[in-house]
Design a protein around this ligand. Structure first.
Ligand code: FES
Length: 79
C-alpha cells in the first residue's frame, strides 16, 4: 500500500513529478490496485510531514524529500 500525499505543500516542492513517476512505474492510477494485488496506489491529504515533502508512505515506511529518480529504487526494495 502506497500512500502519496497530495496536499499543496508537498505538491509545490515537487510532488507532481513524483506522482507522475509513481503512476508510470506502477502502471496504476489513483486508488487502483495492481492485477497481482501487490501494489495499491492511494492518495492522502497532509500526513503532517510537510517539512520533508514530497512524502510517500509504503506500508509503514516513510520516505521524504523525494525526487522522481528515487522512485524506482524505493519500489525495488519491495519486490
Ligand atoms: S502536505 Fe504533504 S505531508 Fe503535509
Amino acid at each position: 500500500m502506497i500512500q502519496f500525499c497530495e496536499s499543496a505543500p508537498c505538491h509545490v516542492v515537487g510532488g507532481r513529478e513524483v506522482w507522475k513517476t509513481l503512476r508510470e512505474e506502477l502502471k496504476l492510477e489513483a486508488n487502483e490496485t495492481s492485477p497481482d494485488g501487490k501494489w495499491t496506489l492511494a492518495t492522502t491529504s497532509c500526513l503532517g510531514l510537510c517539512s520533508v515533502g514530497p512524502v510517500i508512505i509504503i506500508d509503514d515506511d516513510v520516505y521524504g524529500n523525494l525526487t522522481p529518480d528515487q522512485i524506482p529504487g524505493i519500489l525495488a526494495r519491495y519486490s
